[in-house]
Design a protein around this ligand. Structure first.
Ligand code: SF4
Length: 332
């Protein structure tokens, strides 16, 4: 469940009778850890997770701790398609400052005649989208905010592993604007919808087209994954994080590798360590957990690390004309 404040989270925790809880606090909020701990510890026995965590898909090391009744995760929003092993309260982390969208230069979309705009955002900006929509409507644009599937809980939300909000409106829009930090989400929307996608850079308050960055991404990607064509030994990696497990998909991939006459082993991972795969002397990895491991972290691995759609296309099991981003729709 989602909570809007620490007070709300405490009420929810009392409601479920929690006594011992674990807090997951992202790096950006770590300077507040003593303050946050103090607020919860008046009511509960509290332990802070010292492990990194990457999203609502990831409960970190809670299972290593004894008798945890509930987890409170800061900075993310519930994933309805995940069955969590204990109650989890998601405390969305909102920007304290109001973004002044009136400063955004819209020249890039005006010069191309785009009037119908799909708007997407990562969770920390969702609450500020109303003012952006209002401003855009006043300037005569039509704004589309897509519905999300069961991976997310806010309309228009985008994750690195799910672009459902973009798919739901892509046939109606001329282009997308993505409000997020970093380029990964915007490149993903550009590639998975084929609509020109602009990242709203909140530092410069300008729109940055992702077209050429997506092309560069693809060039590098193909150069890397094509090396897997000659691979003999594959590791098929299943991630044990609660919202990243795709065991059925991993088994399907292993079956296909057998059909191809390739050797493969199934490997479980949590926080992925490239040297583990090096030690296993595999020629390529197919990673069924978070797509960002294959796409963002490839440079850390000496061998190609493919997403499932990349594997299926490279080896001829899928005939798509264009690159397919790996999206997590359900976990199993
Ligand atoms: S699977 Fe990866 S991209 Fe998706 S929510 Fe988790 S960390 Fe983010």
């Amino acid at each position: 469940m989602n909570a809007q404040s620490i007070e709300d989270a405490i009420i929810e925790l009392k409601g479920i009778g929690a006594r011992r809880i674990m807090l997951q606090i992202p790096d950006g909020l770590k300077p507040e850890v003593f303050n946050i701990f103090g607020q919860f510890s008046t009511e509960f026995d509290v332990v802070i997770s010292g492990e990194p965590f990457y999203g609502a898909c990831d409960l970190g090391n809670f299972s290593m701790e004894k008798n945890i009744d509930a987890v409170v995760q800061f900075g993310h929003s519930v994933m309805p398609n995940v069955v969590y092993p204990v109650p989890v309260i998601f405390l969305e982390w909102k920007l304290s400052r109001k973004i002044d969208f009136s400063q955004v230069s819209l020249e890039q979309i005006d010069s191309k005649g785009y009037r119908k705009i799909g708007l997407l955002c990562s969770i920390q900006y969702c609450d500020q989208m109303d003012s952006f929509v209002e401003m855009m409507k006043k300037k005569g644009y039509t704004i589309f905010i897509g519905n999300v599937d069961r991976r997310m809980s806010r309309p228009g939300q985008v994750l690195g592993c799910n672009f459902s909000a973009a798919h739901s409106v892509s046939s109606n829009v001329d282009c997308f604007i993505v409000v997020s930090t970093g380029v990964f989400h915007s490149i993903g929307v550009q590639l998975s919808t084929d609509r020109e996608t602009f990242l709203l850079d909140l530092n410069s308050m300008t729109l940055r087209s992702m077209k050429s960055e997506a092309e560069t991404f693809l060039r590098k990607r193909y150069a890397r994954i094509e090396k897997a064509l000659d691979a003999r030994k594959f590791c098929v990696a299943m991630n044990t994080k609660v919202g990243q497990r795709r065991d059925r998909l991993a088994l399907l991939i292993q079956k296909k590798l057998t059909e191809l006459g390739k050797e493969s082993v199934m490997v479980t991972t949590d926080n992925v360590v490239p040297s583990d795969f090096v030690n296993m002397r595999c020629d390529a990895v197919i990673f069924t957990g978070c797509p960002r491991v294959s796409l963002d972290d490839q440079e850390k691995f000496p061998m190609p690390v493919l997403t499932p759609p990349e594997f299926l296309r490279l080896f001829g099991f899928k005939q798509d004309d264009r690159y397919i981003m790996d999206e997590i729709v359900s976990v199993s």
